[in-house]
Design a protein around this ligand. Sequence first.
Ligand code: ADP
Ligand code: MG
Length: 161
Amino acid sequence: MSELASWRTASSSAEATRALAERLAIFAWPGDRIALLGDLGAGKTQFAKGFARGLGVTSVVNSPSFTLMAEHRGRLPLFHLDLYRLAGTADALAGGLLDERQLDGVSLIEWADRLDGPVGSADLEVRIEGAGEDTRTIWLVARTPAGLRYVEGIRGAERVA
Ligand code: ADP
Ligand code: MG
């Protein structure tokens, strides 16, 4: 899919990654789908924790690997998915990972790049590069106008900061 815009930043700690995600959550609208991409230990779940904080979620956000999809209540419903263990799209559909309730909330999809098709498709990609040591490079890539809202939003916030 096309790339409408991108933005890059550095993160020096897990909290910095959570704080970035928390700021991005301001721009969330119902139906948004955000892919969280990066190696094991990159910080995808840390990002999800921060995004949840930004939505006012009070339940604990953990790795959803064993539940496949966790739902949290916040300003908008938050659906946290992890496609790591899935063999294919049929698996994901059978597991209920594409649910019409997602249209009312925001979906954060760890390992979205493991599946083609609707289950892994996203408006915004968050690419986290690096693992282990604290420094990460985080790319935001807008794939749709909805994704552009986040990139433009964070750019605007940087300008006034
Ligand atoms: P993933 O979900 O991508 O497999 P996690 O978010 O579960 O990764 O774990 C990331 C690990 O890396 C955590 O232990 C976290 O404390 C650590 N970490 C260190 N620096 C950073 C950073 N800048 N951003 C995110 N996580 C970081
Ligand atoms: Mg994870």
